[in-house]
Design a protein around this ligand. Structure first.
Ligand SMILES: O=C(O)C(=O)C[C@H](O)[C@@H](O)CO
Length: 267
C-alpha cells in the first residue's frame, strides 16, 4: 500500500486551476467548518497564524475527510520542522521567504528521504504512514510530497529562474504583501509596480514549467492574477471573513439593512 496520492500536486502538474482559502484562526474546529465550503485547497498558516506543530497537525486531521487539500505553511524552512510536519501527514508545504537557489535546494533535500534527501526516517510513528499501516510509505512518500516556495522579495525575484529550474520544486508562490513591502510599497500589494513584477514572475515560472501560486483579498485583483495565469490562488482568509461578516451584520441591524460596511480589505 503506497503513500496517499497527492491530488493537489497532480492537479497543478496538469495546470488545472485550484481555488483556495487562507486558514489562520489556528482552530481545528474553524478549519473543519471552512473545509466544507468547497475550496480545492486550504492554506493552514503556521507563519502568521498562532500555530505550533501539534495544532497544525490537528487542523490537517480536521479537514482530512473533506475535498479541500491541506497546504501547510511553516514559519520558516527549517529541516527539523519539515521533518515533523511531514510525519504528521502534511503532503503539501508552502515555505516563506525563499531567496536563493541554495535555500531552495536545501528545502528539496529536506522533504525527501535518502539517498535523494535528508528527511529523517521516523514516519512509522506518524500519521503520514497511518502509524506504520502503510507498508510502502518510505518507498513512495517522496513522489507524493508537493513543495511550494514563496518568492516575496526582490532577492527572491532575482533568484527566481534558478529556483524554478530546480527539480523537486513543484510551484512558486508570489507573496504580494511582503513583495510590496520589500519594493517600498508597504500595505499596497495591488500597486501597479508590484502587479507588473508579479506578471513578469508568473511568465518566468510558467516558462520553467512550474505552478504559479498567489493570494489576494480583492476579487478584482484575483481576476488580474487569474488572467496572468495563476495555477492556484487563495481569495480570502477565515480571519478577515469573520471580521467583515460580523461587523456588517451588526451595522445592517443598526441601519435597517442600509449598512455601508465593506468587508475588511486586509493587506
Ligand atoms: O506576502 C504575502 O502576501 C503572503 O505571503 C500572504 C500573506 O502572508 C497572508 O497572510 C495575507 O496577508
Amino acid at each position: 500500500m503506497p503513500a496517499p496520492k497527492n491530488t493537489f500536486k497532480a492537479a497543478i502538474r496538469e495546470d488545472q486551476f485550484q481555488l483556495g482559502l487562507w486558514v489562520a484562526l489556528a482552530s481545528p474546529y474553524a478549519a473543519e467548518i471552512v473545509s466544507g465550503s468547497g475550496y480545492d485547497w486550504l492554506l493552514i498558516d503556521g507563519e502568521h497564524g498562532p500555530n505550533d506543530i501539534p495544532l497544525l497537525s490537528a487542523q490537517i486531521q480536521a479537514v482530512a475527510r473533506s475535498g479541500s487539500h491541506p497546504m501547510v505553511r511553516l514559519p520558516v524552512g527549517e529541516t527539523w520542522m519539515i521533518k515533523q510536519i511531514l510525519d504528521t501527514g502534511a503532503q503539501t508545504l508552502l515555505i516563506p521567504m525563499v531567496e536563493s537557489v541554495e535555500q531552495a535546494q536545501a528545502l528539496v533535500r529536506a522533504v525527501r528521504y535518502p539517498p535523494h534527501g535528508v528527511r529523517g526516517v521516523g514516519a512509522a510513528l506518524g500519521r503520514a504512514s497511518q502509524f506504520s499501516r502503510i507498508g510502502d510509505y518510505l518507498e513512495t512518500a517522496n513522489d507524493e510530497i508537493c513543495l511550494i516556495v514563496q518568492i516575496e522579495s526582490r532577492a527572491g525575484l532575482a533568484a527566481l529562474d534558478d529556483i524554478a529550474a530546480l527539480e523537486g520544486i513543484d510551484g512558486l508562490f508570489i507573496g504580494p504583501s511582503d513583495l510590496a513591502a520589500d519594493m517600498g510599497y508597504l500595505g499596497q500589494p495591488g500597486h501597479p509596480e508590484v502587479t507588473a513584477a508579479i506578471a513578469d514572475a508568473f511568465a518566468r515560472i510558467k516558462k520553467a514549467g512550474r505552478a504559479r501560486g498567489i493570494m489576494t483579498l480583492n476579487l478584482d485583483q484575483a481576476g488580474i492574477y487569474r488572467d496572468m495565469g495563476a495555477t492556484f490562488m487563495a481569495i480570502g482568509t477565515d480571519v478577515t471573513l469573520l471580521v467583515g461578516a460580523s461587523t456588517k451584520l451588526r451595522e445592517d441591524f443598526l441601519t435597517g439593512g442600509k449598512s455601508e460596511a465593506k468587508p475588511v480589505a486586509g493587506y
